[in-house]
Design a protein around this ligand. Structure first.
Ligand SMILES: [Fe+2]
Length: 270
């Protein structure tokens, strides 16, 4: 949290902001070399220079926050751009991860939360940690929690993994956190609304008990967008300093009705 507050000050001075974001990159490259190898991430793209976009003009800020789709892990730094509230890195899970995820998907529902110390991550209390082929999945989760901590200069992270056949968060909402990483290991990932497509005055109880589709929250019929499965999504919440009222509006996808489960990991700052 303090780190973001510090960045907020830097963001206001664009040249300093860009320099600070770039200074994070050697750490990401270290992660690439030591921990990301073979985990199904876009490895070749990681070696490229980051895709940094200019900070927004006043006109851009007036149109509201926006989503950015990025090609490399290093580009997740785009979350620090002032007008961005969603950064998405598409990827395909390694076959070894997909294999264990498929096996878990056939099993019972579970939810687990734990506090993880990134320099020495211990995921042994997760319900599937003893599965004989869990190692690639645990390594993938470890990679992302360490990248998350690297990005936000944190040592600990709150990890939650939920495997469920029920809809987790069926209504469009915002999160009361600074930022959250979301990854759907199995099943569809979350749905979201671009800023021009959402009427924030209809969020929560102000919907008057009407559904998202009836309340006027969604400004046009084809507005609902979906994060690709397995992608890494960084979502700004309402507690990002100075950006209240501009958090990502999102929800869980509807149940497919075929008994299939979603397994979703979320990471929060502590
Ligand atoms: Fe949420």
């Amino acid at each position: 949290m303090n780190f973001i507050a510090k960045h907020l000050h830097l963001i206001k001075r664009s040249s300093v902001h860009i320099a600070r974001v770039r200074s994070l990159l050697p750490s990401f490259h270290g992660l690439r070399a030591s921990r990301l190898n073979g985990l199904g991430v876009h490895m070749t793209a990681l070696a490229r220079a980051p895709v940094m976009q200019p900070l927004p003009s006043r006109t851009a800020l007036a149109t509201g926050p926006r989503a950015v789709f990025v090609p490399t892990i290093a580009d997740l730094c785009a979350i620090y751009q002032e007008d961005v509230n969603l950064v998405v890195l598409s990827r395909t899970l390694a076959p070894s991860v997909q294999s264990v995820v498929r096996e878990l998907a056939a099993g019972p529902d579970f939810t687990a939360t734990l506090r993880v110390y990134a320099p020495q991550p211990d995921l042994s209390s997760l319900p599937f940690a003893d599965h004989e082929r869990a190692a690639p999945l645990l390594a993938d989760m470890t990679c992302w929690l360490q990248a998350f901590c690297e990005l936000f200069d944190a040592e600990q992270v709150g990890l939650r993994i939920c495997h469920s056949r029920s809809v987790m968060c069926p209504r469009f909402h915002i999160d009361r956190v600074p930022v959250r990483l979301v990854c759907a290991y199995s099943g569809p990932s979350m749905q979201w609304l671009a800023e021009p497509d959402v009427d924030r005055s209809r969020l929560g109880h102000r919907a008057g008990g009407l559904s998202d589709e009836e309340s006027g929250l969604i400004r046009r019929s084809d507005a609902i967008q979906q994060i690709p499965p397995q992608a890494i999504a960084l979502c700004r919440g309402d507690s990002w300093p100075g950006r209240a009222g501009r958090a990502l509006v999102h929800r869980s996808p509807a149940n497919l009705g075929d008994g299939s489960a979603r397994m979703v990991m979320t990471l929060d700052m502590l």
